[in-house]
Design a protein around this ligand. Structure first.
Ligand SMILES: Cc1cc2nc3c(=O)[nH]c(=O)nc-3n(C[C@H](O)[C@H](O)[C@H](O)COP(=O)(O)OP(=O)(O)OC[C@H]3O[C@@H](n4cnc5c(N)ncnc54)[C@H](O)[C@@H]3O)c2cc1C
Length: 426
Protein backbone atom coordinates (compact mmCIF):
# COMPACT_ATOMS: atom_id res chain seq x y z
CA UNK A 1 0.00 0.00 0.00
CA UNK A 2 1.26 3.53 -0.75
CA UNK A 3 2.28 5.57 2.29
CA UNK A 4 1.67 9.21 3.12
CA UNK A 5 4.78 11.37 3.00
CA UNK A 6 6.19 11.84 6.48
CA UNK A 7 4.79 15.18 7.61
CA UNK A 8 3.25 16.65 10.74
CA UNK A 9 -0.26 15.70 9.68
CA UNK A 10 0.51 12.07 8.83
CA UNK A 11 2.13 11.78 12.27
CA UNK A 12 -1.15 12.96 13.86
CA UNK A 13 -3.19 10.11 12.38
CA UNK A 14 -4.06 8.02 15.37
CA UNK A 15 -5.45 5.09 13.42
CA UNK A 16 -4.49 3.73 10.03
CA UNK A 17 -7.57 4.21 7.85
CA UNK A 18 -6.99 2.59 4.48
CA UNK A 19 -9.32 1.93 1.58
CA UNK A 20 -9.07 -1.04 -0.80
CA UNK A 21 -7.50 -1.03 -4.23
CA UNK A 22 -10.06 -1.39 -7.04
CA UNK A 23 -10.00 -4.99 -8.28
CA UNK A 24 -12.48 -6.27 -10.84
CA UNK A 25 -15.39 -4.31 -12.24
CA UNK A 26 -17.85 -1.93 -10.64
CA UNK A 27 -20.69 0.33 -11.75
CA UNK A 28 -21.75 3.69 -10.39
CA UNK A 29 -23.51 6.90 -11.39
CA UNK A 30 -20.47 9.13 -10.94
CA UNK A 31 -16.78 8.24 -10.84
CA UNK A 32 -14.46 10.90 -9.40
CA UNK A 33 -10.80 10.71 -10.33
CA UNK A 34 -8.58 12.17 -7.59
CA UNK A 35 -9.01 11.81 -3.83
CA UNK A 36 -7.93 15.29 -2.77
CA UNK A 37 -10.18 18.02 -1.38
CA UNK A 38 -11.72 18.75 -4.79
CA UNK A 39 -12.59 15.12 -5.52
CA UNK A 40 -13.84 14.39 -2.02
CA UNK A 41 -15.93 17.58 -1.79
CA UNK A 42 -17.52 16.70 -5.14
CA UNK A 43 -18.15 13.12 -4.07
CA UNK A 44 -19.60 14.08 -0.69
CA UNK A 45 -21.82 16.77 -2.26
CA UNK A 46 -23.23 14.11 -4.58
CA UNK A 47 -23.50 11.40 -1.91
CA UNK A 48 -25.36 13.85 0.35
CA UNK A 49 -27.82 14.32 -2.51
CA UNK A 50 -28.38 10.56 -2.64
CA UNK A 51 -26.18 9.82 -5.66
CA UNK A 52 -23.97 6.73 -6.10
CA UNK A 53 -20.33 7.75 -6.23
CA UNK A 54 -16.93 6.10 -6.45
CA UNK A 55 -13.67 7.97 -5.76
CA UNK A 56 -10.47 6.67 -7.33
CA UNK A 57 -7.21 7.82 -5.75
CA UNK A 58 -3.77 6.95 -7.17
CA UNK A 59 -2.11 6.77 -3.78
CA UNK A 60 -3.83 7.65 -0.49
CA UNK A 61 -6.76 9.94 0.26
CA UNK A 62 -5.30 13.44 0.65
CA UNK A 63 -1.86 12.26 -0.44
CA UNK A 64 -1.47 15.29 -2.77
CA UNK A 65 -1.62 18.97 -1.81
CA UNK A 66 -4.76 18.39 0.24
CA UNK A 67 -3.05 16.43 3.00
CA UNK A 68 0.09 18.52 3.24
CA UNK A 69 -0.98 22.17 3.03
CA UNK A 70 -0.93 24.99 5.57
CA UNK A 71 -4.53 24.31 6.56
CA UNK A 72 -5.68 27.94 6.02
CA UNK A 73 -9.35 27.90 5.06
CA UNK A 74 -9.95 31.19 3.27
CA UNK A 75 -12.63 32.88 1.20
CA UNK A 76 -12.01 33.99 -2.39
CA UNK A 77 -9.70 32.25 -4.85
CA UNK A 78 -6.00 32.12 -5.64
CA UNK A 79 -6.68 35.14 -7.88
CA UNK A 80 -6.51 37.87 -5.25
CA UNK A 81 -7.34 35.62 -2.30
CA UNK A 82 -9.42 37.58 0.23
CA UNK A 83 -9.37 40.79 -1.83
CA UNK A 84 -11.91 40.46 -4.67
CA UNK A 85 -10.63 43.44 -6.68
CA UNK A 86 -8.83 41.28 -9.27
CA UNK A 87 -11.93 39.11 -9.66
CA UNK A 88 -14.09 42.20 -10.27
CA UNK A 89 -11.65 43.41 -12.93
CA UNK A 90 -11.98 40.10 -14.80
CA UNK A 91 -15.72 39.47 -14.54
CA UNK A 92 -17.52 42.64 -13.47
CA UNK A 93 -19.01 43.28 -10.05
CA UNK A 94 -22.16 41.17 -9.94
CA UNK A 95 -20.45 38.11 -11.42
CA UNK A 96 -17.53 38.49 -8.98
CA UNK A 97 -19.99 38.76 -6.08
CA UNK A 98 -21.56 35.44 -7.07
CA UNK A 99 -18.17 33.75 -7.40
CA UNK A 100 -16.95 35.11 -4.08
CA UNK A 101 -20.19 34.13 -2.33
CA UNK A 102 -19.65 30.50 -3.38
CA UNK A 103 -16.47 30.41 -1.29
CA UNK A 104 -18.10 32.01 1.74
CA UNK A 105 -20.87 29.39 1.61
CA UNK A 106 -18.14 26.77 1.25
CA UNK A 107 -16.50 27.95 4.48
CA UNK A 108 -19.81 27.53 6.32
CA UNK A 109 -20.36 24.11 4.76
CA UNK A 110 -16.88 23.00 5.83
CA UNK A 111 -17.61 24.12 9.40
CA UNK A 112 -20.92 22.26 9.44
CA UNK A 113 -19.34 19.12 7.95
CA UNK A 114 -16.64 19.19 10.64
CA UNK A 115 -19.39 19.34 13.24
CA UNK A 116 -21.94 16.98 11.70
CA UNK A 117 -19.45 14.28 10.72
CA UNK A 118 -17.43 14.71 13.89
CA UNK A 119 -14.14 15.35 12.11
CA UNK A 120 -11.29 15.83 14.64
CA UNK A 121 -9.34 18.38 12.57
CA UNK A 122 -8.97 20.99 15.28
CA UNK A 123 -10.33 24.16 13.56
CA UNK A 124 -9.09 27.46 15.00
CA UNK A 125 -10.97 30.64 14.06
CA UNK A 126 -9.48 33.82 12.67
CA UNK A 127 -6.85 34.92 10.21
CA UNK A 128 -4.65 37.98 10.19
CA UNK A 129 -3.11 39.69 7.18
CA UNK A 130 -0.22 41.70 8.59
CA UNK A 131 0.95 44.68 6.63
CA UNK A 132 4.63 44.70 5.71
CA UNK A 133 4.47 48.48 5.16
CA UNK A 134 2.85 51.39 6.96
CA UNK A 135 -0.13 52.03 4.70
CA UNK A 136 -3.26 52.13 6.88
CA UNK A 137 -5.29 54.15 4.36
CA UNK A 138 -4.78 51.60 1.59
CA UNK A 139 -5.66 48.80 4.00
CA UNK A 140 -8.80 50.55 5.28
CA UNK A 141 -9.88 51.11 1.70
CA UNK A 142 -9.78 47.34 0.97
CA UNK A 143 -11.56 46.59 4.25
CA UNK A 144 -14.33 49.12 3.48
CA UNK A 145 -14.67 47.76 -0.04
CA UNK A 146 -14.87 44.11 1.06
CA UNK A 147 -17.26 44.88 3.93
CA UNK A 148 -19.46 47.33 2.01
CA UNK A 149 -19.58 45.60 -1.36
CA UNK A 150 -18.95 41.96 -0.50
CA UNK A 151 -20.69 41.83 2.89
CA UNK A 152 -17.56 40.79 4.78
CA UNK A 153 -16.72 41.53 8.40
CA UNK A 154 -13.01 42.32 8.06
CA UNK A 155 -11.53 44.31 10.95
CA UNK A 156 -8.71 46.85 10.98
CA UNK A 157 -6.13 46.16 13.68
CA UNK A 158 -3.70 48.88 14.67
CA UNK A 159 0.02 48.27 14.79
CA UNK A 160 0.11 48.36 18.61
CA UNK A 161 -2.33 45.47 18.88
CA UNK A 162 -0.57 43.52 16.13
CA UNK A 163 2.87 43.94 17.71
CA UNK A 164 1.51 43.04 21.11
CA UNK A 165 0.39 39.66 19.78
CA UNK A 166 3.17 39.16 17.24
CA UNK A 167 6.51 40.26 18.73
CA UNK A 168 8.22 41.44 15.55
CA UNK A 169 9.10 44.81 14.14
CA UNK A 170 8.32 43.55 10.63
CA UNK A 171 4.57 44.09 10.85
CA UNK A 172 2.57 47.32 10.92
CA UNK A 173 -1.25 47.40 10.94
CA UNK A 174 -3.28 44.36 9.97
CA UNK A 175 -6.59 43.11 8.65
CA UNK A 176 -8.38 40.48 10.71
CA UNK A 177 -10.73 38.04 8.97
CA UNK A 178 -12.88 36.36 11.64
CA UNK A 179 -14.55 33.87 9.25
CA UNK A 180 -11.30 32.30 8.11
CA UNK A 181 -9.79 29.47 10.10
CA UNK A 182 -7.02 26.91 10.09
CA UNK A 183 -7.22 23.18 10.67
CA UNK A 184 -5.45 19.87 10.21
CA UNK A 185 -6.23 19.23 6.52
CA UNK A 186 -5.27 15.55 6.42
CA UNK A 187 -7.62 14.73 9.25
CA UNK A 188 -10.28 16.75 7.46
CA UNK A 189 -9.91 14.84 4.17
CA UNK A 190 -9.94 11.58 6.07
CA UNK A 191 -13.20 12.69 7.71
CA UNK A 192 -14.66 13.50 4.28
CA UNK A 193 -13.78 10.02 2.99
CA UNK A 194 -15.44 8.44 6.01
CA UNK A 195 -18.55 10.59 5.43
CA UNK A 196 -18.70 9.49 1.77
CA UNK A 197 -18.69 5.86 2.88
CA UNK A 198 -21.37 6.59 5.51
CA UNK A 199 -23.51 8.07 2.73
CA UNK A 200 -23.17 4.91 0.64
CA UNK A 201 -20.25 5.90 -1.63
CA UNK A 202 -17.08 3.93 -2.29
CA UNK A 203 -13.45 5.05 -2.04
CA UNK A 204 -10.51 3.19 -3.59
CA UNK A 205 -6.86 3.94 -2.87
CA UNK A 206 -3.81 2.78 -4.84
CA UNK A 207 -6.13 2.92 -7.84
CA UNK A 208 -4.77 5.25 -10.47
CA UNK A 209 -7.08 5.82 -13.42
CA UNK A 210 -4.97 5.06 -16.47
CA UNK A 211 -7.53 5.30 -19.24
CA UNK A 212 -10.99 6.77 -19.75
CA UNK A 213 -13.20 5.63 -22.62
CA UNK A 214 -15.54 8.59 -22.99
CA UNK A 215 -17.13 7.82 -26.36
CA UNK A 216 -20.38 6.13 -25.30
CA UNK A 217 -23.07 7.38 -22.92
CA UNK A 218 -21.77 5.02 -20.23
CA UNK A 219 -18.08 5.83 -19.71
CA UNK A 220 -15.41 3.32 -18.71
CA UNK A 221 -12.50 4.15 -16.40
CA UNK A 222 -9.61 1.67 -16.21
CA UNK A 223 -7.10 1.20 -13.43
CA UNK A 224 -4.30 -1.37 -13.31
CA UNK A 225 -6.57 -3.98 -11.74
CA UNK A 226 -10.15 -2.93 -12.43
CA UNK A 227 -12.74 -1.02 -14.43
CA UNK A 228 -15.60 1.27 -13.49
CA UNK A 229 -18.60 2.01 -15.64
CA UNK A 230 -20.22 5.36 -14.86
CA UNK A 231 -22.60 7.88 -16.39
CA UNK A 232 -20.44 10.79 -15.26
CA UNK A 233 -16.71 11.21 -14.75
CA UNK A 234 -15.16 14.14 -12.83
CA UNK A 235 -11.45 14.89 -13.24
CA UNK A 236 -9.96 16.23 -9.96
CA UNK A 237 -6.29 15.30 -10.28
CA UNK A 238 -4.71 18.78 -10.14
CA UNK A 239 -0.88 18.90 -10.33
CA UNK A 240 -0.57 15.16 -9.65
CA UNK A 241 -2.71 14.24 -12.66
CA UNK A 242 -1.22 11.95 -15.29
CA UNK A 243 -1.80 12.56 -18.99
CA UNK A 244 -5.39 11.24 -18.90
CA UNK A 245 -6.63 14.43 -20.50
CA UNK A 246 -4.30 16.52 -22.67
CA UNK A 247 -6.28 19.74 -22.32
CA UNK A 248 -6.13 19.55 -18.53
CA UNK A 249 -2.45 18.58 -18.45
CA UNK A 250 -1.50 21.44 -20.77
CA UNK A 251 -3.46 23.91 -18.61
CA UNK A 252 -1.90 22.97 -15.29
CA UNK A 253 1.34 24.46 -14.05
CA UNK A 254 2.68 22.40 -11.13
CA UNK A 255 4.19 24.78 -8.58
CA UNK A 256 6.14 23.51 -5.57
CA UNK A 257 5.72 25.12 -2.18
CA UNK A 258 6.94 24.26 1.31
CA UNK A 259 5.96 23.88 4.93
CA UNK A 260 7.96 23.20 8.07
CA UNK A 261 6.95 22.42 11.66
CA UNK A 262 9.09 23.29 14.67
CA UNK A 263 9.70 21.20 17.72
CA UNK A 264 7.31 21.93 20.65
CA UNK A 265 8.24 25.26 22.26
CA UNK A 266 8.11 25.99 25.96
CA UNK A 267 5.47 28.55 26.94
CA UNK A 268 8.00 31.33 27.47
CA UNK A 269 9.68 30.93 24.07
CA UNK A 270 6.33 30.86 22.31
CA UNK A 271 5.20 33.95 24.23
CA UNK A 272 8.40 35.74 23.23
CA UNK A 273 7.22 35.63 19.62
CA UNK A 274 3.62 34.58 18.98
CA UNK A 275 0.78 35.22 21.42
CA UNK A 276 -2.29 34.48 19.31
CA UNK A 277 -3.74 31.28 17.85
CA UNK A 278 -4.66 32.71 14.44
CA UNK A 279 -3.51 31.87 10.95
CA UNK A 280 -1.39 34.73 9.67
CA UNK A 281 0.37 35.89 6.52
CA UNK A 282 1.93 39.17 5.54
CA UNK A 283 1.35 41.43 2.55
CA UNK A 284 4.52 40.79 0.56
CA UNK A 285 4.15 39.22 -2.88
CA UNK A 286 6.29 36.30 -1.66
CA UNK A 287 4.84 36.07 1.81
CA UNK A 288 5.34 33.73 4.77
CA UNK A 289 2.31 32.16 6.43
CA UNK A 290 2.11 30.37 9.74
CA UNK A 291 0.10 29.46 12.82
CA UNK A 292 0.64 27.73 16.12
CA UNK A 293 -0.17 24.04 16.38
CA UNK A 294 -1.06 21.92 19.41
CA UNK A 295 1.92 21.30 21.76
CA UNK A 296 3.14 24.87 21.06
CA UNK A 297 4.68 23.94 17.74
CA UNK A 298 4.74 26.46 14.88
CA UNK A 299 3.72 25.55 11.35
CA UNK A 300 5.52 27.81 8.88
CA UNK A 301 4.97 27.91 5.12
CA UNK A 302 6.20 29.89 2.18
CA UNK A 303 8.31 30.06 -0.99
CA UNK A 304 7.40 28.67 -4.37
CA UNK A 305 9.49 27.07 -7.09
CA UNK A 306 8.93 24.94 -10.12
CA UNK A 307 8.89 21.30 -9.02
CA UNK A 308 12.15 21.63 -7.09
CA UNK A 309 12.83 21.25 -3.40
CA UNK A 310 15.72 23.18 -1.83
CA UNK A 311 18.38 20.75 -0.60
CA UNK A 312 18.36 21.94 2.97
CA UNK A 313 14.66 22.62 3.21
CA UNK A 314 14.52 22.66 7.03
CA UNK A 315 17.24 25.28 7.39
CA UNK A 316 15.96 27.38 4.47
CA UNK A 317 12.50 27.55 6.07
CA UNK A 318 13.96 28.13 9.52
CA UNK A 319 15.93 31.12 8.19
CA UNK A 320 12.67 32.59 6.89
CA UNK A 321 11.14 32.26 10.36
CA UNK A 322 14.18 33.84 12.02
CA UNK A 323 13.99 36.85 9.70
CA UNK A 324 10.65 37.65 11.38
CA UNK A 325 11.41 36.24 14.84
CA UNK A 326 15.16 36.25 15.57
CA UNK A 327 14.27 35.48 19.21
CA UNK A 328 13.45 31.90 18.10
CA UNK A 329 17.10 31.22 17.25
CA UNK A 330 17.32 28.21 19.56
CA UNK A 331 14.20 26.55 18.17
CA UNK A 332 14.75 23.39 16.12
CA UNK A 333 12.73 22.25 13.14
CA UNK A 334 11.25 18.77 13.41
CA UNK A 335 10.03 18.31 9.87
CA UNK A 336 9.71 20.04 6.53
CA UNK A 337 8.06 18.95 3.31
CA UNK A 338 7.12 20.04 -0.19
CA UNK A 339 3.91 19.75 -2.18
CA UNK A 340 2.60 20.64 -5.61
CA UNK A 341 -0.15 23.15 -6.32
CA UNK A 342 -1.86 23.07 -9.70
CA UNK A 343 -2.15 26.58 -11.18
CA UNK A 344 -3.95 27.85 -14.27
CA UNK A 345 -2.48 30.84 -16.06
CA UNK A 346 -5.39 32.99 -14.81
CA UNK A 347 -4.99 31.66 -11.21
CA UNK A 348 -8.65 30.60 -11.07
CA UNK A 349 -9.78 26.99 -10.86
CA UNK A 350 -10.89 25.12 -13.97
CA UNK A 351 -14.48 24.04 -13.40
CA UNK A 352 -16.80 22.87 -16.16
CA UNK A 353 -17.96 20.22 -18.59
CA UNK A 354 -16.03 18.95 -21.66
CA UNK A 355 -18.95 17.04 -23.14
CA UNK A 356 -22.06 15.42 -21.64
CA UNK A 357 -20.97 13.36 -18.63
CA UNK A 358 -17.30 14.47 -18.61
CA UNK A 359 -16.57 17.13 -15.99
CA UNK A 360 -13.51 18.78 -14.43
CA UNK A 361 -12.96 20.58 -11.13
CA UNK A 362 -9.29 21.31 -10.57
CA UNK A 363 -6.35 23.80 -10.45
CA UNK A 364 -7.18 25.63 -7.22
CA UNK A 365 -3.58 26.85 -6.83
CA UNK A 366 -2.54 28.16 -3.44
CA UNK A 367 -6.08 28.82 -2.18
CA UNK A 368 -7.81 25.46 -2.31
CA UNK A 369 -8.83 24.44 1.20
CA UNK A 370 -12.05 26.50 1.08
CA UNK A 371 -12.73 26.92 -2.67
CA UNK A 372 -12.49 23.16 -3.45
CA UNK A 373 -15.73 22.82 -1.49
CA UNK A 374 -17.26 25.60 -3.60
CA UNK A 375 -16.13 23.65 -6.68
CA UNK A 376 -17.46 20.37 -5.29
CA UNK A 377 -20.86 21.93 -4.63
CA UNK A 378 -21.23 23.48 -8.08
CA UNK A 379 -20.24 20.12 -9.60
CA UNK A 380 -22.77 18.28 -7.43
CA UNK A 381 -25.51 20.76 -8.35
CA UNK A 382 -24.66 20.53 -12.05
CA UNK A 383 -24.61 16.72 -12.17
CA UNK A 384 -27.89 16.41 -10.26
CA UNK A 385 -29.46 19.07 -12.51
CA UNK A 386 -30.10 21.46 -9.57
CA UNK A 387 -28.56 24.46 -11.30
CA UNK A 388 -25.84 25.61 -13.68
CA UNK A 389 -23.79 27.70 -11.27
CA UNK A 390 -20.66 25.96 -12.62
CA UNK A 391 -21.05 28.25 -15.64
CA UNK A 392 -19.91 31.14 -13.44
CA UNK A 393 -16.41 29.78 -14.04
CA UNK A 394 -16.72 30.02 -17.85
CA UNK A 395 -14.64 33.23 -18.09
CA UNK A 396 -11.73 31.20 -16.71
CA UNK A 397 -11.11 28.80 -19.53
CA UNK A 398 -8.22 26.55 -20.54
CA UNK A 399 -5.01 28.38 -21.26
CA UNK A 400 -1.76 26.72 -22.28
CA UNK A 401 0.74 27.05 -19.45
CA UNK A 402 3.66 27.15 -21.87
CA UNK A 403 4.95 23.56 -21.87
CA UNK A 404 8.59 23.44 -20.80
CA UNK A 405 8.79 27.24 -20.81
CA UNK A 406 5.88 27.63 -18.36
CA UNK A 407 7.86 26.54 -15.30
CA UNK A 408 10.68 28.89 -16.25
CA UNK A 409 8.20 31.74 -16.48
CA UNK A 410 6.74 30.75 -13.07
CA UNK A 411 10.24 30.79 -11.58
CA UNK A 412 10.88 34.22 -13.08
CA UNK A 413 7.56 35.52 -11.74
CA UNK A 414 8.56 34.41 -8.24
CA UNK A 415 12.00 36.00 -8.64
CA UNK A 416 10.15 39.17 -9.74
CA UNK A 417 8.00 39.05 -6.58
CA UNK A 418 11.11 38.73 -4.42
CA UNK A 419 12.70 41.66 -6.28
CA UNK A 420 9.57 43.79 -5.81
CA UNK A 421 9.51 42.92 -2.09
CA UNK A 422 13.16 43.94 -1.80
CA UNK A 423 12.57 47.19 -3.75
CA UNK A 424 9.49 48.02 -1.65
CA UNK A 425 11.50 47.54 1.51
CA UNK A 426 14.09 50.18 0.52
C1 LIG B 1 2.62 22.92 0.85
C2 LIG B 1 1.28 23.48 0.46
C3 LIG B 1 0.66 24.42 1.29
C4 LIG B 1 -0.60 24.91 0.95
N1 LIG B 1 -1.26 25.71 1.85
C5 LIG B 1 -2.55 26.06 1.62
C6 LIG B 1 -3.32 26.72 2.60
O1 LIG B 1 -2.87 26.95 3.72
N2 LIG B 1 -4.59 27.09 2.29
C7 LIG B 1 -5.15 26.81 1.06
O2 LIG B 1 -6.30 27.18 0.82
N3 LIG B 1 -4.46 26.14 0.12
C8 LIG B 1 -3.19 25.73 0.36
N4 LIG B 1 -2.51 24.99 -0.56
C9 LIG B 1 -3.21 24.62 -1.79
C10 LIG B 1 -4.23 23.50 -1.56
O3 LIG B 1 -3.64 22.48 -0.80
C11 LIG B 1 -4.72 22.96 -2.90
O4 LIG B 1 -5.27 24.01 -3.66
C12 LIG B 1 -5.79 21.89 -2.73
O5 LIG B 1 -5.41 20.93 -1.81
C13 LIG B 1 -6.06 21.25 -4.09
O6 LIG B 1 -6.87 20.11 -3.91
P1 LIG B 1 -7.08 19.12 -5.13
O7 LIG B 1 -7.98 18.07 -4.67
O8 LIG B 1 -7.45 19.92 -6.33
O9 LIG B 1 -5.62 18.55 -5.45
P2 LIG B 1 -4.72 17.47 -4.68
O10 LIG B 1 -4.86 17.58 -3.23
O11 LIG B 1 -3.35 17.57 -5.25
O12 LIG B 1 -5.40 16.09 -5.05
C14 LIG B 1 -5.30 15.48 -6.31
C15 LIG B 1 -5.31 13.99 -6.06
O13 LIG B 1 -5.57 13.32 -7.27
C16 LIG B 1 -4.82 12.13 -7.30
N5 LIG B 1 -4.71 11.72 -8.71
C17 LIG B 1 -4.07 12.38 -9.70
N6 LIG B 1 -4.21 11.70 -10.86
C18 LIG B 1 -4.95 10.61 -10.60
C19 LIG B 1 -5.40 9.49 -11.39
N7 LIG B 1 -5.13 9.41 -12.68
N8 LIG B 1 -6.14 8.53 -10.78
C20 LIG B 1 -6.46 8.60 -9.46
N9 LIG B 1 -6.03 9.62 -8.67
C21 LIG B 1 -5.28 10.61 -9.23
C22 LIG B 1 -3.51 12.52 -6.65
O14 LIG B 1 -2.80 11.41 -6.13
C23 LIG B 1 -3.98 13.48 -5.55
O15 LIG B 1 -4.16 12.84 -4.29
C24 LIG B 1 -1.23 24.50 -0.28
C25 LIG B 1 -0.60 23.59 -1.11
C26 LIG B 1 0.63 23.06 -0.75
C27 LIG B 1 1.29 22.07 -1.66
Amino acid sequence: MSAYIDNYYSRTLTEEIAYPCLEGSAETEICIIGGGLAGLATALGLAERGRKVIVLESKRIGWGASGRNGGFCMGGYALGNEDATALVKKTGLSHAKELFALTKKAQSLIRSRIKNYNIPCNPVDGQLIASWHKNPEEQKHVIDYMNGTFGQNYEFWQQEKVRDLYRTGCYYDATFLPDNFHMNPLRYVQGLARAIIEKGGLVFEDSMAVDVDRKSAVKTVRTAKGTIKANHIVFCGSAYFNSLDKKLSRSCLPVSTYVMVTEPLDEQTMESAIRAPYAIHDTRFAYDYYHPLPENRILWGGRVAYNRTPEKLKSVMREDMLKIYPQLATVKVDMAWAGLMGYSVHKMPLIGQFEPGIWYCTNFGGNGVGPTTAGGEVMARAITGEDESYKLFEPFDFAYTGGVLGPLVAQLVYAGWKFNDWRNSL
